[in-house]
Design a binder for this molecule. Structure first.
Ligand SMILES: *[C@@H]1O[C@H](CO)[C@@H](O)[C@H](O)[C@H]1NC(C)=O
Ligand SMILES: *[C@@H]1O[C@H](CO)[C@@H](O)[C@H](O)[C@H]1NC(C)=O
Ligand SMILES: *[C@@H]1O[C@H](CO)[C@@H](O)[C@H](O)[C@H]1NC(C)=O
Ligand SMILES: *[C@@H]1O[C@H](CO)[C@@H](O)[C@H](O)[C@H]1NC(C)=O
Ligand SMILES: *[C@@H]1O[C@H](CO)[C@@H](O)[C@H](O)[C@H]1NC(C)=O
Length: 262
């Protein structure tokens, strides 16, 4: 079974009954580009004709005289796009695009329709009017982040790769059940994009500040898929974090010296 994961994100009315919609979807999944003709004057849908095209004027789907006009469809969309015949007869001209790739990211699609009124005059109710506009936003989920903590240098390093778009990285320090976010001056993040597959990898370093923290978490957020992955490292039990172990030793040495002089 094919997984269907179009998340309908938001819509704003433009041009009367035409709507502008964003759909966020995962790569390799499918997305439904929804569109319904809303016109009370139309009672007979048997003469509906419509087509969908993208912002390069490539035709995705073309329908006339009760059938798909495959010859008008661009090779790029051949075998990837189907309509819902049982819905077309109700004025619902939605289509589904399968096997989404990053090539489809940020692409906008428009539906145009015309309906013959059935009279001998061959008049149209709609004359290839733009009915709907949909923009796809494709995401690639990030792999589980990897977190390495070095208690000597008091640094934590979080790495992740293979996602799209660029991740949003957040650090939190945990103490019993409370969370504390970290000041940005203690964080250094570098993000790189692979030229070939367009996927991002990220490496973030946190200088762990002194405090009673028991654990540190790194959160990787994918803004398009609205998913967050977390990696957590629990410091050795009981030992809170002081500024650095070297400091602790010199303080102890100083204390011993001071005691000696008493
Ligand atoms: C319906 O038809 C009437 C009469 O022809 C016309 O004035 C009106 O604009 C039409 N409504 C729509 C939504 O097309
Ligand atoms: C879609 O992807 C699947 C799995 O990657 C593949 O088997 C299938 O041939 C693809 N279909 C099209 C139309 O590209
Ligand atoms: C139109 O058809 C699609 C595909 O079956 C469906 O997902 C959508 O809910 C329908 N929309 C309306 C307004 O009926
Ligand atoms: C859809 O993706 C865009 C671009 O990454 C993002 O700004 C938006 O918040 C996402 N919407 C949802 C519902 O996740
Ligand atoms: C992302 O998902 C959370 C719940 O997991 C939700 O509260 C939030 O509104 C979503 N963000 C967007 C932009 O849709």
């Amino acid at each position: 079974m094919e997984k269907l994961s179009g998340i309908l994100v938001g819509s704003v009315n433009i041009l009367g009954n035409a709507t502008l919609v964003y759909v966020n979807t995962t790569i390799t999944d499918s997305a439904v580009l929804e569109c319904s003709i809303q016109n009370k004057n139309i009672t007979d849908w048997s003469n509906v004709r419509f087509y969908w095209q993208d912002n390069r004027d490539f035709v995705l789907y073309s329908y006339n005289e009760g059938r798909k006009m495959a010859e008008h469809v661009n090779d790029y969309y051949k075998h990837r796009v189907t309509a819902f015949p049982q819905d077309i007869i109700r004025g619902n001209i939605s289509i589904i695009i399968k096997n989404l790739t990053l090539e489809d990211n940020e692409r906008t699609f428009w539906a145009f329709a015309a309906v013959l009124d059935g009279s001998v005059m061959k008049k149209y109710h709609l004359e290839h009017t733009q009915i709907c506009q949909v923009t796809l936003q494709i995401g690639v989920p990030y792999q589980n982040p990897r977190l390495d903590v070095n208690m000597k240098t008091m640094t934590a390093v979080c790495t992740t790769q293979g996602g799209f778009p660029a991740p949003e990285i957040q650090w939190v320090l945990l103490y019993t059940s409370s969370h504390q976010s970290v000041e940005s001056r203690n964080i250094q993040t570098t993000t790189m994009q692979n030229y070939h597959d367009r996927l991002y990898s990220s490496r973030s370093t946190l200088l762990i500040p002194a405090g009673p923290h028991e654990a540190v978490s790194c959160l990787i957020h994918n803004p398009t898929l609205n998913t967050t992955m977390r990696a957590t490292d629990t410091f050795s039990k009981g030992a809170g974090v002081t500024s650095s172990p070297e400091c602790l030793i010199s303080a102890a040495v100083f204390l011993l010296t001071a005691l000696h002089w008493l």
